[in-house]
Design a protein around this ligand. Structure first.
Ligand code: GLN
Ligand code: ZN
Length: 822
């Protein structure tokens, strides 16, 4: 039998119910017992959706209040000592649901003193509000959060102490949720993060002794494994017949041709899965890999006593699929991750069936499982809410999680029934119903491929006409720098600026909503934004910053703003995807050729410049970041789409210059996160990513200063690419990092200017002048004195006005003190 399987379902609910529940609980408006009860209903609903769609292998334990890795941290008791007081307070104040308070404290931090006021702010570190008052003062930050592979989902990083001990929690969540599903009438396959992935995603809790290689955390395997086995035993007792172990870590370069590491990994995997199998021989072990190819790591798996392996067929090349098919141990089943779990397009059944038929040449039907490429966690929930919102023609091209389930079921049914792709498209199936579904699918795929909405000949002509000169500035940096300094009249040493945004207060957001709903006119909104700009220009002049910004008040979000103004994008009504914790994002959908109909930012920049004699910086989002934070069309290479966006941004850059803006920042927050999982794939990506940035930013004259900003500073592994961006000024996040990271700039003889962030904008804390002077003094040890700028780590969008002003006043003071000194 061919099995239709799912690996995980979006937890938030079609209308972000979970977000609302969890946030109400944090605000003290919902009891923990109610939270737990409502969440259980949501889970049952999701199991039902999957069962109704004909999915046979339905996941459980894919639900999470915050993050699945955090669930495992609590599940195995990997609670760092700094949360001890929270654990104690939780016991003392006998919350009804034990563990929840500690859980959220690790997820979001916990602060008793400001809990009540801060709970409503998205940026604060409170676990929840005032409902259960605690008398003693607790102030503990969250665990570190990291991007989940190359997705926009973030997980909480496990912190392992040198002598870490583990303890399986009393009512293990996977058992509870399995039984809950069973009671509701659903037989499920619990999802666990595999021990290898769980360990290798973690970090050393000993800051002085960080792991030098991922595999260092394998020292904890001996302590951890018995608890996994105990969990598996309990699952077995509860009646579980199959467990999904997520081991996406196998898509990374783990071995790096190091024989010792290879042996360690091999032994670890053997130990893990042999002991699990020995403990519960009747439970089928299903290992899932996703987001990439497993390549050489496949060899580590071959001798394991497992029952099936899942591979991501969206990310695997044909060759990789062939290798796995050819070498698959004969007693294993193969789970084909055919339906894209990370994008929103309807699948092309023909292409999927081609893969199935090539696999069927080697592997019998009864060993096949049809599945999404990865958990559907990364897809929006359902297209239902998009009816009447997304234009019907485009709507017909999309599939969200609920629709993807049908695609999985169709492919499974098709495999069971048999098909013949060599016959004309209307005769591929003998079965009428399957044929009808296939025909409908192919009609819509065909309609999309030729749609006038997608294809814009003018864009294609421009792309074809790109010349090599369009990728570089006229003169090299030193010549440009002289021209810029002459034009801008800013201090020679430590000039100051900000990253672009100023606080998006409640008033700003509500003015925009009122404008959108027609409660205030466009004219009133315009006046409101202008007033904000004025106020903040006055402040910037008063505190004596050198390069000013208008504050980005007119923007909801740095990608959405541009997406709304560019051709080739659509927005969904409810296409939310979990980003971290309760936070969801609604990425724009790039469905067609991208072009710019009209200038997008000149109106505001010109207005802002008219208010001051100081240079006003024009603010744009770079092509790679726009691409990275959108759902991207899958009918052409990502690089092609990126070049199209780059041309649109290039036009905007040139318009800004024409309008008298002499400093322009092209933000590329996401270049690094777009890096492929495998190092051998980096060069290819970096080539087109950096080229896109260059295409967008290099059309200007020498005296126009190009800035860029990136939200990280560890450039060691991609340094030549950073250099190749050829920016005049690059501002980076740095205040929390080790200054040693700046060594790369020194080592590679980086020439142009750099603004290593002087303070952390994620914290409400106001940095003192002295600490920033100290920081600058440290920085000039690594960089040339005339290379250094003074600026915050990132945009001030999420901070309060008061904090922002106080901090920036201190930045300027610190820069001035250093100017005197040097
Ligand atoms: N210009 C943007 C801002 O200031 C940059 C934000 C970012 O890098 N994430 O908000
Ligand atoms: Zn940033």
């Amino acid at each position: 039998m061919v099995v239709a399987a799912n690996l995980g379902y979006p937890r938030m609910g079609e209308h972000r119910e979970l977000k609302k529940l969890v946030e109400s609980y944090w605000e003290g408006k919902l009891q923990d017992t109610e939270l737990v009860k409502e969440a259980a209903q949501l889970r049952v609903h999701h199991w039902k959706v999957q069962a109704d769609s004909g999915i046979q292998s339905i996941p459980s334990n894919d639900f999470s209040f915050y993050d699945q890795i955090l669930d495992h941290i609590l599940l195995f008791g990997v609670i760092p000592p700094r949360y001890q007081e929270v654990v104690v307070s939780e016991k003392e104040y006998a919350t009804q649901v034990q563990g929840l308070r500690t859980y959220f404290a690790m997820g979001r931090g916990f602060q008793t003193s400001t809990a009540a006021t801060a709970a409503s702010e998205s940026t604060t570190d409170t676990a929840f509000g005032s409902a259960q008052a605690i008398t003693q003062k607790i102030d503990v930050s969250s665990l570190e959060m990291k991007k989940w592979f190359d997705t926009n989902y973030h997980y909480m990083v496990p912190e392992f102490a040198d002598s870490q001990t583990f303890q399986l929690s009393a009512n293990p969540k996977p058992v509870v949720e399995y039984l809950e599903a069973k009671a509701a009438g659903f037989e499920t396959r619990p999802v666990l993060v595999g021990p290898l992935t769980f360990l290798l995603l973690g970090k050393s809790g000993n800051q002085a002794k960080p792991y030098t290689n991922r595999v260092d955390s394998l020292v904890h395997l001996e302590g951890l494994l018995p608890h996994y086995i105990e969990l598996v035993n309990q699952l077995g007792k509860a009646g579980v017949t199959s467990i999904q172990f997520d081991e996406p870590i196998l898509c990374y370069d783990l071995i790096k041709e190091n024989e010792e590491i290879r042996v360690r990994l091999q032994e670890a995997l053997k130990k893990i899965y042999e002991s699990i199998h020995t403990a519960q021989p009747s439970i089928a072990i299903h290992i899932t890999t996703y987001f990439g190819e497993i390549r050489e790591n496949f060899q580590l798996l071959k001798s394991l006593p497992i029952n099936s392996l899942h591979i991501d067929c969206v990310r695997c090349s044909e060759q990789e699929i062939n290798t796995i098919v050819n070498e698959l141990p004969s007693n294993w089943s193969l789970s084909l991750g055919l339906i894209d779990g990370r994008n929103i397009w309807k699948s092309d059944y023909k292409k999927k069936l081609q893969i199935i038929s090539s696999v069927l040449a080697k592997i019998a039907k009864d060993r096949l499982i049809i599945a999404p490429s990865c958990s559907l966690l990364h897809s929006p929930s359902s297209l239902r809410s998009e009816q009447g919102f997304v234009k019907p023609e485009v709507l017909d091209w999309l599939a969200f999680a609920a629709e993807k389930l049908h695609e999985i079921k169709f492919l499974a049914n098709a495999t069971v029934a048999g098909f013949d792709l060599s016959l004309p498209a209307h005769k591929v199936f003998a079965d009428e119903k399957l044929q009808a579904a296939y025909t409908a699918n192919q009609t819509s795929i065909e309609a999309r491929s030729v749609s006038k909405l997608i294809h814009n000949d003018a864009v294609k002509t421009r792309i074809a006409a790109i010349t090599p000169e369009m990728f570089h500035r006229t003169s090299p940096y030193p010549k440009r720098a002289a021209a810029q300094r002459a034009k801008l009249a800013i201090p020679e040493l430590f000039p100051t600026t900000t990253i672009g945004s100023f606080p998006q207060t409640r008033e700003v957001r509500s003015a925009r909503l009122q404008m959108k709903s027609g409660k205030i006119t466009a004219e009133q909104y315009d006046q409101f934004i202008k007033k904000e700009i004025q106020e903040w220009i006055t402040f910037q002049e008063e505190c004596d910053l050198d390069i000013l910004v208008h504050g980005e008040f007119e923007r909801t979000d740095m990608v959405e703003y541009f997406g709304e103004l560019l051709e080739g994008f659509i927005f969904t009504k409810n296409g939310w995807v979990q980003s971290y914790g309760s936070r969801c994002v609604k990425p724009p959908v790039i469905f067609g050729d991208v072009s710019r109909a009209n200038p997008m930012t000149t109106y505001w920049s010109k207005y802002a410049q008219s208010l001051t004699k100081k240079p006003m910086k024009g603010m744009l989002t770079g092509p790679v970041t726009i691409l990275q934070w959108s759902f991207v069309r899958d009918d052409q290479p990502r690089s092609d789409t990126c070049y199209q966006i780059a041309l649109a941004i290039r036009d905007e850059v040139l318009d800004l210059e024409r309008e008298g803006i002499s400093v322009i920042q092209v933000d590329e927050a996401a270049i690094r996160e777009g890096l492929p999982l495998r190092i051998s794939d980096w060069d290819q990506y970096l080539k087109w990513a950096i080229d896109s940035f260059l295409l967008a930013s290099t059309g200007v004259r020498d005296e126009t200063q190009i800035h860029s900003h990136m939200c990280y500073s560890d450039f060691n592994d991609i340094f030549t690419s950073i250099q190749r961006m050829d920016t005049d000024v690059l501002t980076i996040e740095n205040s929390k990092s080790d200054l040693k990271l700046l060594r790369a700039f020194e080592k590679y003889g980086y020439q142009s200017e750099i603004g290593p962030g002087l303070y952390d904008i994620h914290s409400p804390r106001i940095p003192t002048v002295q600490e920033m002077v100290d920081r600058l003094e440290q920085i000039v040890k690594y960089l040339n004195i005339n290379q250094v700028w003074g600026n915050p780590d990132c945009g001030c969008k999420t901070r309060h006005a008061k904090e922002t002003k106080a901090a920036l006043i201190n930045v300027v003071k610190a820069a001035k003190l250093c100017r005197e000194k040097y």
